[in-house]
Design a protein around this ligand. Structure first.
Ligand code: ATP
Ligand code: MG
Length: 341
């Protein structure tokens, strides 16, 4: 694992997001900022995972199709530069689906059911009675995404660690079958905020749980979200000592405030008593308004020219298609099936 530092320039970076909604503050601190920092010195691909989005939205496909360009606009708004990062669309890279089919033969259903992130999501989505096969197997498709680019570093949030473990198991199986290194193992790159909680503190901030502050949130939406944030329920009066651990306002101040020395002083005061939640929330709201104002504005500008976003994604997908086809050829070769060449 590579905690919170930059990888060496030989590393190949692949990461992505499901097109299930606009991106939020969890993406920003969990992965997007790392990607912006990495793109200058590394080969980096970002995949908009539309097919993976369908694994739990197949009967509401418009949710996925209508969010593809939102996600691209979010990337550009936070500083992803399409000249430095290849932006591509999963459904337009058929080699990834083919790789998924080959890898599926190497993974047991029991192994998929044991994946802790999948387990938690099955519960959240009420899939206990009938899990779509595509959903259960999405870690395999994610292994195809990562290996399809020969990626060695994957900047992700904490929930993705089990996916990377499964990817490496598949890599080892393919390499054992091949008798040599056909695929490379990957490592997660976690940020200093690997799991941003939702404003109620109950879950991870997620597009699908409806608990997110989006990068395009309006001033009013930010205000309302901060006002409703979970703090310390036993901190009733301003003069009472309060807890900062598990207090979402402080978690966000640690994640987003530019002056961490100031945040440390606030924490001391809050623990001693004498600092009210109204004040800490006002400080946080100002900070989030500052962070999101320029992003919201750029995002709206990019969304004004959807044709340009489609062109970008198409050009990146053309580059990505070639890379993934090469890996696909190598993997098919491991199974002795390149009989026409
Ligand atoms: P969905 O609810 O549809 O699964 P999501 O909000 O979980 O959406 P994903 O597209 O699944 O977002 O995740 C994209 C990337 O962002 C992954 O690397 C994931 O770990 C990271 N990420 C998502 N939410 C958070 C969060 N709250 N904190 C840190 N990282 C996050
Ligand atoms: Mg997710």
């Amino acid at each position: 694992m590579i905690p919170n530092n930059l990888a060496n320039p030989q590393e190949v970076i692949l990461t992505g997001d499901r097109a299930t909604g606009p991106l939020h503050l969890g993406h920003y601190v969990g992965s997007l900022k790392q990607r912006v920092a990495l793109q200058k010195d590394h080969e980096q691909t970002i995949l908009v995972a539309d097919m993976q989005g369908l694994t739990d939205n197949a009967f509401n496909p418009a949710k996925v199709s209508s969010n593809i360009l939102n996600v691209v606009a979010d990337y550009l708004a936070v500083g992803i530069d399409p000249k430095q990062t290849t932006l591509c669309l999963q459904s337009q890279l058929p080699a990834l689906a083919e790789l998924t089919m080959y890898y599926s033969n190497l993974v047991s259903v029991a192994r998929l059911q044991r994946n802790p992130t999948v387990k938690a999501e099955v519960k959240d989505k009420n899939f206990e009675r009938g899990i779509p096969a595509g959903f259960l197997t999405y870690p395999i498709s994610q292994a195809a995404d990562i290996t399809g680019f020969n990626a060695t570093i994957v900047p992700v949030g904490e929930d993705q660690i089990p996916m990377l473990e499964q990817t490496n198991e598949i890599v080892r199986k393919i390499n054992a079958l091949a008798g040599g290194e056909i695929l490379k193992e990957c490592r997660p790159m976690l940020s200093k905020v690997p799991r941003l909680p939702s404003t109620d503190g109950k879950a991870k901030m997620s597009k699908s749980l409806g608990n997110a502050i989006n990068l395009g949130a309006s001033e009013q939406e930010i205000r309302v979200a901060v006002k409703s944030m979970y703090t310390d329920p036993s901190h009733l009066r301003v003069e009472d000592p309060g807890q900062t651990e598990g207090n979402v306002v402080f978690t966000y101040l640690e994640a987003f405030h530019p002056d961490q020395g100031y945040v440390d002083r606030l924490k001391v005061q809050y623990r001693q008593g004498g600092l009210g939640d109204g004040t800490t929330k006002t400080i946080l709201e100002e900070c989030l308004q500052e962070v999101l104002r320029p992003i919201r504005q750029k995002r709206a500008e990019f969304l004004d020219d959807k044709g340009q976003l489609i062109e970008l994604l198409k050009a990146g997908s053309d580059i990505a298609r070639e890379k993934t086809e090469q890996v696909m050829f190598d993997v098919r070769g491991v199974f002795g099936l390149n009989i026409f060449s």
